[in-house]
Structure formats: C-alpha cells, structure tokens
Design a protein around this ligand. Sequence first.
Ligand code: FPP
Ligand code: MG
Length: 347
Amino acid sequence: RGNASPAKCTRQEQRWRSDHGIVDARERFMQAYGRLRDDLVGNDSCELTDEARRWLAQMIDYNVPGGKLNRGLSVIDSYLLLKQGSEVTEDDFFLACVLGWCVEWFQACALLLDDIMDDSHTRRDQICWYRRPEVGLRGINDGIILKCHILIMIKKYFREKPYFLDLLEIWSEIALQTSLGQMLDLIGTHTGADDLAKYSIEGYRRIVKYKTAYYSFYLPVANALLLSGAKLQDFSDLKDILIEMGIYFQIQDDYLDCFADPNTIGKALGHADNNQIEVLHKNYGKKDSSSVSEVKRTYAALDLKDIFSEFECRCYNHLVTSIEAQKDCAAREILKSFLKKIHQRKK
Ligand code: FPP
Ligand code: MG
C-alpha cells in the first residue's frame, strides 16, 4: 500500500485500536521479553557455563527493559495502525514484539557504550552498567553481545519471510548511521575550547539526525512497515517526516537537560554577543561546577527559553502541515501518534 491508495480509517476503529494498544500491548510486550531473554541465555550454541549464563541474564535485565519502552512499543502501535483493523493473530503480534524488542536491544547497546564514552555515572535512575565494580571495561564486550543478539532474534523468527533481506538491510544501514552520528558527535563536541567556532546549527542537525532520529523514529516504523508487507520505498515521505520529528525530539532533549548538554552551544552561539562568546569560550566543556554555572548563566541571559518556545511552535506547525498532506491514512495516524507523544513533553 503506497501513498497512491489512501485508505479510510473510521474513528471507531482507531479508538478501539489505541485502547487495545495502550491497555494490552505493554503487558504482552513484557511477556515477550521474558521469552526472548530466556531463549538468548539458554542458547546452547556456545557451550556457556552456568556462571556465564547468570552474567548474561543479569546483563540483559540490567540494560534492556528499564527504559520507557517508547521505541519498542511504537513498532507494535505502528503495525496495528498499518493493519487497518484487519485481524492480527497471536503469532503476528508476537513478531511485532520481537522487532520492538530488537529496537530496545539496539538502544540498550547504544546507551551502554555511550555511557562509557561519555564517562557518565547514571542511566535510567541506576548506576551505569560499566561503573559496577565487577563490570568496568568488560562492559564494552557486553555492548557487542547485545548488538549480536539482534541478528540472532531476526534470524530465528524472520529467516523464512519474504522481507528477511529488507530487514537485514535496514538494520545494518541504521546501525552504521547511528555509529557515524555518534562519531560526528564525539569529534565535534569534545574537541576543547578552541573549536568553539566549529559549532553550527547545520552541524548539530547532522549529528542528531544520524545518532538519534534514524534509530528512534524511523527504525520502529520501518520494521512495522516490513512486517505488514509494505515496501519501504513506497513510504519515503513518512520517513522524511519521522526524521524531522526525531531532530525536533533531540533538540527538546538537549533543552530539557537544562542547557547542560554540550550540543546547546551551537544554538547559543547564534544569539550570543562577543562578551558572551568569550565567557562560553573560557568555561565551555569543563566539568567543574563554576564553569558549568558560568555557561548556564550565559545561556539564561540569551533567553533561550523564549527562542525555544518559538522554535517548538514553528516546528510543530510545520509537522502538522506535512502530516495532513499525507494521503495514506495509516501513515497519517502513525505520524500523529508519534507527534502526540513528543509535543511539549516535559521529560
Ligand atoms: C546518547 O546520546 C547516544 C546515542 C543516542 C547514540 C550512541 C551510539 C552509539 C554508541 C553507537 C551504537 C551503535 C550501535 C550499532 C548500537 P547522548 O550522550 O547525547 O545522550 P545521553 O545524555 O542520554 O547520554
Ligand atoms: Mg551520553
């Protein structure tokens, strides 16, 4: 089904689907988690010792299921919308859960490794995995294992499907895009005060597009599209809008970090005068509390709050217009459900 054949959804169907989706999907999604984790831990292809299996189970439990699960659940939501009220069997629902958990596994891997690179202390209200005394840099290997698990799950459940190759392609493409986005971020953000001039809005957009938008917004929907039998090339508009939303989401994220995120520098520089740039120059990128508060004070003086509200409004209106222009009903509903979750979010 491409944009050329708009299908009508009745209001009743949508309500049923979203009620069903909210109440039931999360519980069924969690049940699928237990099954997938046990399969991976029990997998006997590698002669694992009992001690190794305990490590693996603990590592997965610690890193994978503790987030908001928005990305994983959005595979299921999008899939149900694409099915347009036609029957979804238990087996199909489970397959949507598998792909949803693959996205959560991907996110767990990315965050585990990112925390090591960023020298972070906490993640999802707990100590970062690598900061646990028994883990340390062994955590790098755990990140690699999580990444390998995705392929194991996809091969196990989708090998015989006609879209198997498309799945492999989209996963490897987005893994590369995310890693390159992370590389752009690492190169661009942590190079010291002398490189302050290198920050720009275009550079910032490029970083967040690749390191966040593809895997957080497009990947769940691309998986739902393939599962529903669609061809990804028929939904290029949907992809573009999701990427735009992903960029908007990450800008919110950096803003919500109370201007503490280094990426805010790009936005701040566009509005700062020479004195303010000088202050940023001296204090930016340093971890001590006085430098941090100097940077925050400058951000506050730049009225970033007003600038942000104005940006949010403009961005929202542009997204609404683009969504309304979509001919495909399911595509519109998917986009609306994403937008609803992120618009003016406070956390
Ligand atoms: C968090 O950013 C990090 C990411 C969104 C992506 C990190 C990507 C990698 C480590 C590459 C992973 C590759 C694969 C194949 C999974 P942040 O540091 O701005 O956010 P934070 O404040 O939540 O740490
Ligand atoms: Mg980080």
